[in-house]
Design a protein. Structure first.
Length: 501
């Protein structure tokens, strides 16, 4: 079930991939005999089309004799910052000509039941992709079809069995696999075990196929995944323990082995959530966090304090772990105030401390502390009218970000909502805007044509006010999108309720 389709002619594929998927799946769902999918089908079909117009970066060369160095040791050629290595030339980035791309996704999701065996059902989530226009690099544009999910499920008493393509969502990530799982639930306790062929994160493909474009740097082997979890409900609390292990198919190399524990409480006048994971493969503590919340004035005021530690994780069969990215610890305080149903305010502040980089510096120690603050509000100023606004400020070692966002939403009537949004930000270093500021705005709508059909769309524009930065042009971009969603089937419980009425 790799689902990967490679075509040496992408332009031809763009015009045929989605129609082919639509014809096959829609004919099955809408026109096939009821016996094919059992007695009931429930799901949806969605089509999303995006248009992107932007100005990408390009690399340029600069003669070394044109380069000067400032007091901070940075090298410049006119208004452009450059990098120099051995040789007579240095490199810099420049803005290329505008480029456009249209990309489309076709999603089909459904669950079918009623196959003559009580508790048996089948669930699938299929996605087709196509693009047209330029040669802009668009995520997953070379993958015309994916089976994101596709498994049979049997619910028999306290047991639940699944076989096929599945996904596990937890604090250890979202691993997906082709295999089987067994869950057992009795009272307040639920246990689950699962295993099968591991799929590359975010790609839903076997690991040895997902990276076939870099075969020279990757061992051509698949991986096997195994895991288990136990979940226990207590008075006002839920505790979950999980174990996860991946190895290469020939058992020659450990890909990853981790364990985690999570706690969520909902006790009156007190809230506590926490999690911690441990990297057994590297024998070290991974990421963790604990949040304590105290409600006041009948819940209208909520104060939360969070302590967090983040350790970047990479699988053991990749080269990225060799670079040993720096971890950080963070303390954050957040307050929320809801004086009434029409108004809500919140604010937060945090301090982040980075670990030792083990880097030798000549001019002085590297800064290892960052700060951030956020403010936000929501106001329902009249029936059908809602305003949201927020401001975000972050400054840390080598980077600064200040951004503000505002959105106005108007519900014209029950089936139509219109939104107007605006944004402004300045980001220095890391894809910098420099001394200028980026300004943007957008319009969108959400229309329910019927109880089963909805249509949405919008457009946004981003422009940069020049502050003397050479990176002005790449921020100028225009984007548009449309989405059509059609529901299939009915919820059996709701259907029975209507008949009773």
């Amino acid at each position: 079930m790799s689902g990967r389709v490679r075509d040496p002619q992408p332009e031809r594929r763009a015009s045929t991939a989605l129609p082919s998927l639509l014809l096959v799946v829609l004919c099955l769902l809408l026109g096939a005999p009821g016996s094919l999918f059992g007695q009931g089908v429930r799901g949806w079909v969605g089509t999303t089309v995006q248009m992107v117009e932007l100005r990408p970066y390009g690399q340029d060369t600069v003669p070394r004799h044109e380069v000067v160095m400032d007091s901070l040791g940075r090298m410049w050629a006119g208004a452009r910052q450059v990098s120099c290595f051995a040789g007579d030339f240095c490199t810099a980035y420049r803005a290329l000509e505008k480029d456009q791309l249209v990309a489309a996704n076709q999603d089909v999701s459904f669950t079918a039941w009623g196959f003559g065996l009580e508790g048996l059902s089948f669930t699938a989530l299929l996605r087709g992709r196509a693009h047209a226009g330029s040669d802009l690099l668009w995520p997953r544009s070379d993958d015309a079809f994916d089976a994101l999910l596709g498994y049979a499920q049997l619910q028999h008493g306290p047991f639940r069995f699944r076989l096929g393509r599945q996904e596990v969502r937890s604090g250890l990530g979202f691993p997906s696999f082709d295999g089987g799982s067994v869950a057992y639930a009795v009272g307040a306790t639920q246990a689950e075990a699962y295993g099968g062929r591991s799929l590359a994160r975010g790609l839903r493909e076997p690991a040895n196929q997902a990276l076939e474009g870099v075969d020279d740097f990757f061992v051509d082997q698949g991986a096997r995944l195994f895991g288990a979890s136990v979940r226990k409900r207590l008075d006002g609390a839920v505790f979950t323990a999980r174990y996860h292990r991946e190895i290469l198919a020939d058992r020659s190399t450990l890909v990853g082995e981790r364990a985690s524990m999570d706690l969520v409480t909902s006790i009156p006048h007190f809230r506590l959530t926490g999690s911690v994971d441990y990297d057994l493969g590297r024998d070290r503590l991974g990421k963790s966090h604990i949040t304590v919340g105290l409600p006041f004035q009948g819940g209208r005021v909520l104060v939360e304090a969070t302590a967090r530690r983040y350790v970047p994780y990479f699988q053991m069969n990749t080269i990225w772990g060799f670079f040993d990215p720096v971890s950080y610890s963070e303390l954050e305080l957040r307050g929320t105030w809801s004086p009434g149903t029409a108004l809500g305010l919140w604010a937060s502040a945090g301090r982040r401390s980075y670990g030792d980089t083990d880097t030798q510096v000549l001019l002085g120690p590297l800064a290892d502390t960052g700060w951030r603050a956020n403010l936000g509000a929501r106001w329902q100023m009249a029936p059908g009218w809602t305003v949201d606004g927020s401001y975000r400020l972050e400054w840390g070692p080598g980077a600064f970000l200040g951004s503000s966002d505002v959105a106005l939403r108007y519900t014209a009537w029950e089936r139509l909502a219109l939104s107007l949004s605006g944004t402004s930000f300045q980001q220095i270093e890391e894809f910098r805007v420099g001394d200028g500021r980026a300004l943007g705005g957008g319009l969108s709508f959400d229309l329910s044509l019927t109880d089963r059909v909805s249509f949405a769309g919008g457009m946004s524009v981003l422009r940069h006010r020049d502050g003397g930065s050479v990176f002005t042009s790449p921020w100028n971009q225009t984007r548009g999108w449309t989405s059509l969603r059609i529901a299939i089937g009915e919820d059996p419980g709701l259907a029975n309720r209507r008949r009773v009425r």
